[in-house]
Design a protein around this ligand. Structure first.
Ligand code: DGJ
Length: 740
């Protein structure tokens, strides 16, 4: 796992040397080709072709990105620039692959540097390239100064997903300062109907889908928070006006970075569209000493002409097969119990043991104890950072509870928030200088906590030792790794003023290194990325964590929207959801247990209700639904997802269908917000089945329309559809279609 980190540090510069490659996803067999003149570079994979060319000035320009071209198709070389006027010069209207700030560039640069003599002009020109098994690596250099840039283009053969990254290397004799570094610029040729989709949000309202027309001007989505953030997620999709869920072109991409990031989308004066994705240049500055280099995160991008559904299916597949720690065959998510909403900070051996007994009876496979088990942690005001078992709550340590959980046939999981500290903690009292801060300035708290400076070697080593010991001393199968606040006062007093802003990169590098090292030492331990819910979900953290906590919002109705947004970008294979109590703590909404289960069963199923309050009939129902879930979860988590009816735009109903890769099982979930005015529910037409196979219907929950056959061909279920008898408020049904 450390290769992510390693690559960022050490591209020096054996072009195809493994590190950059590993960072982009390991070996594969796409088909990179370069024409005889070494001027047209082309990558083919899945149903996609990507091509770029070298223009007569020695600059790289985008030539083509879209549906697969014929192998014999010859792409015209990169054309001489087309200047619009003296106000829209060539450098403004040319679709550069990786523009440096210089030569009159006034559109978004991919790289901007400052030299010690005040020069801030960078004119990158082609030096050489190598084409490897699945990738093309191109080296560029400034026209006169020894600033070298290595661009890596790696394409996954199966999905056509292109991973791009850039490394800038200082071979001058002095320092240079990197002011801005992107992984890539992507370019689309002029069209007058491009649409941009992206995901915004807030705590308990993550993954809200936004759509806007791309017109002259810029759209900036970003995090300035030191962490991926709830407010925006580093994913975009660009489509045409006619694109819908299942047809039309979609270009999409996501940045693999868990710190401050930015994606800048703009349309230039000539109508070309450009998206630049990388480190957030806000407050960014990375000084490179002579001989040092800085690598960007990877930007993973793809194309589908099968609409938003096709785009997300191919991206999900890529994540499962190339990104997740278990790739290409990630482990199925076990059914989990989590104590947070049930007992909050009031955890102790007795209560947790009692709940564990009940959870085991439901078929739960992993029991997770959340916040409150350590230090003086009785609320969020104290104890964070003191990772010693609270002996009042656990007089004999954690071992008796873990043993009891294991004896019940479940794995044991534990909540930690390693990067944070309460000022009221022994750790902070001992090391007040360990946090991110500016000398002599206020230290702003959020949730009564401060952020440890993980960029520091001593903090890194302390956390590694603490977590390693915790895992060595206990039979812990899973860590829920939380992160509950954004950064403030982003100073690093331990290093020279000119170096302090390295924090933005060095912190995240060390986070990845820490996770990677823990995984190396404890290969069986799984980790969940949580940041007050879905505040740290991105392809960088997903390389090192097995699942993500999607949102603290466990209201099953709100979740339909959050999950719909989530799956636009990320695979349900990592998307966790819990069944909690009604009325829900957030919205006070009351929903049935079935509704709550069906909403949560669309991802990795968890239960977070206080089982001590359940009635016998609740246990009976839940036990059955957990058993049913186990029969469909592989398909739900790792199958092909069709968002048949989206809950977006206040739709009164929604439905998803997951189809196993061999098309032998499909699982339909359908939800109705509210019945009114005697409105009828339309039949739901399935997708993605094999028209010739015969599927037998198995009702998991709800009632199918009386005329529904027990068995029919895929053609029938797709052509005729199925009626579900949904009425009342917050009604739901689930049906499996199976080839016997
Ligand atoms: C925020 C998380 O999102 C919750 O699930 C819970 O773990 C709390 N933190 C604990 O403090």
């Amino acid at each position: 796992m450390t290769e992510v980190n390693g690559a960022r540090r050490s591209v020096c510069i054996g072009l195809l040397g493994g590190l950059a490659g590993m960072a982009l996803g390991g070996a594969a067999k796409a088909r990179p080709t370069v024409d005889d003149q070494g001027k047209v570079f082309r990558l083919d994979g899945g149903k996609v072709t990507y091509a770029f060319g070298l223009n007569p000035q020695g600059q790289l320009q985008t030539l083509y990105w879209g549906s697969a071209l014929a192998a014999a198709d010859k792409l015209p070389g990169a054309a001489a620039f087309r200047e619009n006027s003296s106000n829209e010069t060539q450098s403004v209207v040319t679709p550069f692959e990786f523009p440096g700030f210089g030569g009159g560039l006034t559109v978004e640069p991919a790289l901007k540097v400052t030299f010690p003599d005040g020069v801030r002009d960078l004119a990158l020109r082609y030096v050489d390239h190598q084409a490897g098994e699945d990738r093309i690596v191109v080296r560029l250099k400034d026209v006169s100064r020894a600033v070298h840039v290595t661009l890596t283009y790696a394409m996954d053969e199966a999905t056509g997903i292109l991973s791009r990254s850039a490394t800038v290397e200082n071979r001058t004799n002095s320092w240079i300062q990197v002011d801005q570094l992107a992984a890539a610029s992507i370019n689309l040729p002029y069209q007058d109907d491009y649409q941009l989709q992206y995901l915004t949000g807030k705590w308990s309202g993550e993954f809200t889908l936004e759509t806007r027309a791309i017109t002259p001007g810029s759209t900036v989505i970003e995090s300035r928070k030191g962490v991926t953030s709830h407010q925006a997620n580093p994913w975009i999709a660009i489509s045409r006006a006619g694109t819908d869920e299942e047809a039309g072109p979609v270009w999409f991409g996501a940045l693999a970075w868990s710190g401050s990031w930015r994606i800048h989308v703009d349309m230039d004066a000539a109508g070309n569209v450009r998206a630049t994705a990388g480190y957030n240049p806000f407050d960014f500055s990375y000084r490179l000493k002579a001989g040092e280099s800085l690598a960007s995160p990877a930007f993973h991008s793809g194309y589908s002409d099968e609409g938003f559904g096709g785009a997300s299916r191919v991206f999900h597949r890529y994540q499962r097969t190339r990104i997740l720690p278990g790739a290409p065959t990630p482990r199925v998510r076990p059914v989990l119990y989590n104590s947070w909403e049930a007992t909050y900070f009031a955890v102790d051996e007795k209560t947790q043991g009692e709940i564990a007994e009940k959870a085991a009876g439901l078929g739960v496979e992993r029991f997770v104890m959340d916040d409150g088990w350590f230090g003086a942690r009785n609320d969020d005001r104290a104890g964070l950072g003191d990772w010693v078992v609270n002996r009042k709550k656990f007089p004999n340590g954690l071992a008796p509870l873990i043993r009891r959980v294991n004896d019940l046939g479940m794995e044991f999981g534990l909540w930690v928030e390693p990067e944070m500290v309460n000022p009221d903690s022994d750790l902070y009292r001992a090391h007040p200088d360990w946090i991110i801060h500016f000398t002599g300035r206020p230290r702003s708290e959020a949730r009564n906590q401060l952020v440890l400076n993980l960029a520091r070697k001593d903090v890194y080593e302390y956390l590694l030792k603490m977590l390693d010991t915790l895992l060595k001393d206990h039979n812990i199968a899973f860590l829920k790794w939380d992160h509950n606040r954004a950064w403030s006062e982003p100073g690093w007093p331990g290093v020279a003023p000119g170096e302090q802003q390295r924090l933005y990169v060095a912190y995240v590098d060390n986070l990845y290194k820490l996770l990677g090292e823990l995984r190396r030492r404890h290969p069986k331990v799984e980790i969940e990325s949580c940041a007050s819910g879905g505040g740290r979900v991105d392809l960088g953290i997903m390389r090192l964590t097995d699942q993500v906590w999607t949102s603290d919002n466990t209201d099953p109705f709100d979740r339909l929207m959050i999950q719909d947004g989530f799956t636009r970008a990320y695979t349900p294979a990592v998307m966790m959801a819990w069944v909690t109590d009604a009325p829900n703590f957030l919205n006070k909404r009351v929903t049935s247990l079935e509704y709550r289960f069906l909403s949560a069963m669309q991802g990795g199923l968890g239960i977070g209700a206080n089982l001590n309050h359940w009635k016998p009939e609740d246990f009976q129902k839940a036990k059955q639904l957990v058993a049913d879930y186990k029969t469909i979860r592989l398909t739900v988590q790792q199958g092909n997802l069709y968002r048949l009816v989206s809950p977006q735009k206040n739709s009164p109903r929604s439905a998803t269908l997951s189809v196993s890769p061999d098309a032998n099982q499909a699982v339909l979930f359908a939800f109705l917000h509210a019945s009114s005015r005697m409105e009828r529910q339309p039949r739901i037409q399935l997708r993605g089945l094999d028209p010739k196979k015969v599927y037998t219907l198995r009702t998991i929950s709800g009632t199918v329309a009386p005329e529904t056959p027990k068995q029919a061909s895929g053609a029938y279920w797709m052509g005729n559809g199925i009626g579900l008898m949904l009425w009342g408020d917050f009604a739901a049904g689930a049906v499996a279609f199976e080839v016997q």
